[in-house]
Design a protein. Structure first.
Length: 85
């Protein structure tokens, strides 16, 4: 089992391409921890970053030359997204 972790913005497609997201067997997106101040602002926006990252991955497309499998779009990447609500 290989785990690839990289410091970067999860909504940045350059970061997602740098870790070769299209080659992963499974992608798990964890929601960011909330602070007490975040909870007072709006508890319904807690999972905003995780949901946006999931949608960003699903919207990506990859060149056929750089893929070794049939994954030419983000919709074929197995994805689990943790929600904290």
């Amino acid at each position: 089992c290989f785990l690839n972790c990289l410091i970067g913005l999860p909504n940045d497609r350059a970061t997602l391409r740098a870790i070769n997201i299209h080659l992963c067997d499974m992608c798990v997106i964890l929601s960011s921890p909330t602070t007490h101040q975040d909870q007072r602002q709006d508890r319904y926006l807690t999972d905003k970053a995780a949901i946006l990252c999931s949608l960003n991955i699903k919207a990506m497309s990859f060149d056929t030359e750089c893929t070794t499998s049939d994954r030419r779009s983000g919709t074929s990447i197995p994805l689990i997204t943790e929600l904290s609500l």
